[in-house]
Design a binder for this molecule. Structure first.
Ligand SMILES: Cc1ncc(COP(=O)(O)O)c(C=O)c1O
Length: 404
């Protein structure tokens, strides 16, 4: 068996010859061109019920940087500027990818790393509240990560923003296609930017690319200008700027992926379900929301495995199965972030990160593959029987030896 962790599956450019020729003939290759505009509109209609709008970016890391700058400036406002300089922290979980912290640091801000919930692996509410109280008046923004495509409680962040004047930007890198508790595309209606990735390894696989969703048209227009050098009219910068535009060829790939996407998500839901049914008693992430666009299948290495996690991954590799350790090391364990971030209490993060294993998921993976993978996993790490079974066996043995 040869099963990679992830098998990037962007739409095939080789089958889009006519559309590529049309781009060439148009002479428009970037600068929010017609293919990009169509993708933004179709994405908003398809995944967000036509509510709000989408802005493409060249990748989600740049999207986070841009959205954070916009949100922090907007939250500070002119009258509050003096106070804004005291606000130098960005609250985020340590259990996330490097990009989340880099986005804050590139904005001249300091990540303040909080713990996660032991079940959902989303940022822990109590941990966030404790750090917000400890650093009252010093937190410029919160960047919660919608862990592995899970759904965050957006109302809670909106409330915090209203009450404490804190900017919110959601890192939803792997959530494109996930549905919230009400069955809406995750982020729908949010007036805080929600940033998705379209990297080739994501479920919505393109190449390099990202999307900023926001239901506030003014916010989206401002970020669109910021992503084009801050120009609000041709070559006149009135806003902080960089170049975050997505080229037309990549937008074409994204448009083609959108057409395939419902089948991609459905297939992965079936695979995830197969994992859960084949490994009863194993610890998987508790998912919030109605549907999830699984990028891979994270689980915790059972305590019954006799060796180290590295040995477990080696065993899997030996059997042709790709696995990884997202996110281990977590941010606070990485030298650059240890030196630049402020750390909260990270006890749950330590526990989860030290046992996390990501199992294969891809468009090419089948239920038969999952069954075989799970058989091997059960062999490698047979779970101890639950306590009540053990107690039953012990009492039967006792009864037998007493001659009953
Ligand atoms: C949590 C998180 N944030 C941000 C990113 C950055 O996305 P991109 O590769 O599109 O820049 C990733 C990428 O994997 C991610 O996992």
């Amino acid at each position: 068996m040869k099963v990679p962790l992830i098998q990037p599956n962007p739409s095939r450019l080789s089958q889009l010859g006519a559309e590529l020729a049309r781009i060439e003939d148009s002479g428009v290759f970037s600068n929010y061109g017609p293919v990009n505009t169509r993708f933004e509109r179709d994405l908003t209609d398809t995944l967000f019920g036509g509510v709000g709008g989408c802005l493409t970016v060249c990748n989600a890391t740049i999207g986070l940087m841009l959205a954070l700058r916009h949100a922090v400036d907007a939250a500070a406002g002119r009258p509050a500027r003096a106070e804004a300089t005291r606000r130098r922290y960005v609250l985020m979980p340590s259990f996330t990818f490097a990009a989340t912290a880099h986005a804050a640091i590139w904005n001249g801000l300091t990540p303040l790393l909080c713990d996660i919930d032991p079940d959902t692996w989303l940022p822990c509410r109590e941990a966030e509240d404790a750090l917000l109280a400890q650093y009252a008046g010093q937190v410029a923004a919160i960047v919660p990560y919608a862990t592995f495509g899970n759904c965050l409680d957006m109302d809670r962040y909106d409330r915090i923003s209203q009450e404490q004047g804190i900017a919110i930007v959601v890192d939803a890198a792997s959530s494109l296609g996930s549905l919230d508790v009400l069955g809406r595309g995750f982020g729908t209606g949010s007036r805080h930017s929600v940033v998705f990735s379209m990297h080739a390894t994501k479920t919505f696989a393109v190449a390099e690319g990202g999307v900023i969703y926001n239901a506030d048209p003014d916010a989206l227009a401002a970020m669109r200008a910021m992503g084009n050098f801050g120009f609000t009219e041709p070559r006149v910068a009135r806003l902080p700027g960089l170049n975050s535009k997505l080229g037309e060829v990549t937008a074409l790939q994204a448009l083609a992926k959108l057409a395939e996407f419902p089948a991609v998500v459905e297939h992965r839901i079936v695979l995830a379900d197969q994992y859960l049914r084949s490994l009863p008693g194993w610890t998987f992430q508790k998912m919030v929301g109605q549907r999830h666009a699984h990028q891979f299948m994270p689980m915790l290495l059972p305590a019954s495995y006799p060796g180290t996690r590295a040995a477990f991954l080696d065993e899997l590799r030996h059997h042709g199965i790709g696995a990884a350790m997202y996110f281990s090391p977590h941010l606070a364990e990485q030298p650059y972030f240890r030196d630049t971030c402020v750390l909260g209490d990270l006890r749950v993060t330590e526990r989860v990160a030290s046992r996390i294993v990501a199992l294969p998921m891809s468009d090419a993976l089948t239920c038969e593959h999952v069954t075989l993978i799970c058989e091997l996993l059960r062999e490698l790490a047979p779970l101890a029987p639950p306590a009540w079974v053990a107690a039953d066996v012990l009492s039967s043995v006792a009864a037998l030896s007493a001659g009953d």
